[in-house]
Design a protein around this ligand. Sequence first.
Ligand SMILES: *Cc1c(COP(=O)(O)O)cnc(C)c1O
Length: 433
Amino acid sequence: MKYYSTNGKAPIATLEKAVVKGLAEDRGLYMPERIKPLPQSFFDNIENLSFQEIAYTVAEAFFGEDVDAESLKNIVYDTLSFDVPAVKVTDNIYSLELFHGPTLAFKDVGARFMARLLQYFLKKQGKEEVNVLVATSGDTGSAVANGFLGVEGIKVFVLYPKGKVSPIQECQFTTLGKNITAIEVDGVFDDCQALVKSAFMDEEVNSHMRLTSANSINVARFLPQSFYYFYAYAQMKKRGLADKLVVCVPSGNFGNICSALFGKRMGLPVSRFIAANNANDVFFKYLATGEYSPKPSVQTIANAMDVGDPSNFARIYDLYGKSHEAICSDISGATYSDEQIADTIRQVRNSTGYVCDPHGACGFKALEMGLRQGEVGVFLETAHPAKFKDTVDKILGDSIEIPAKLAAFMKGEKQSVPMSSRFEDFKAFLMAL
Ligand SMILES: *Cc1c(COP(=O)(O)O)cnc(C)c1O
């Protein structure tokens, strides 16, 4: 399979190049040249298959030409070492819990898959080790660090802004050791991002060491997210509730919902999708007006969706042949204020006992408001509520339990390398490795 750039000015790339490079030369996003429909027999029998079996079938359609069957199977099975259950919240609303992985957020799926695929290509090349640089404002760092933890031949450097990430987030990438190094930058997130970009552009650094990025727009992080939409359908079909299925995705950079739309193109029988936003409503406005007008993000309590110019919009636009009408026929939108998100978390807890995180709450609310007669909805619970413990506790006037997996990170010893925000200092650090 070959990959083209959404900007149309970069050479066609192999999967290997698309994964190692991340972004195309023209700064566009890579797209697979073909999306293979899955056979009807797969959907007829899907409720009898395991998550791993379903995921392997989907992975085969994307990656089967470029990765041998046995290796691909190992990568898929190893990535999905945890369940993604669809849990009943009300009679017609279910929560797809994507927080049972190592860092308790959906980004585990893509990060783990990418780490293993990168390792596969490195082994094939027989080349020296590769260094992954990633700047994080919180969740990406932990998913990438944990995804690559213990993966041979790969070293990861997580750059994060000192004092600007929550203590729970910080311990998820500073306590790991092994092949993970946390770098605590005296600055803000943009400084971290600038250090990473400068390193990629610096010739001396690049001749000294092999660098790669694990950015969220990487095809190896975004395509595997389609796996769990098929599994959600299978679980709902087993319950006899899949005839008019609506899937609602709390969205920020729109990578997650984009994977769902790829799934639909492969034949996944979901009636329609809802993109649930917080106050950052650029996509919502696009649906209403046909105008895409990016703007600076505003801070909300669903902070992983605070995005003012979602990068995967380019992929959705391309997938639907740049047609606003076609996009609107598959996707509708919703946007909620912090107050509405907090009210939803309280209401859902009081009426059902289920605790949503602030992102999932946007998803629940959009289904509650938007489901039509006879439809059943599944929203993605994109992270465990305990990852946002301070916010959720304040809203519920309660202290929610921290899962053992999360508590274990908090017991580890924090280790990080202090760094100024000047590139000279970061470069000296890299050149001494
Ligand atoms: C990253 C993230 C999102 C947004 O996902 P996109 O793919 O960027 O749309 C939503 N919720 C949580 C908890 C996240 O970490």
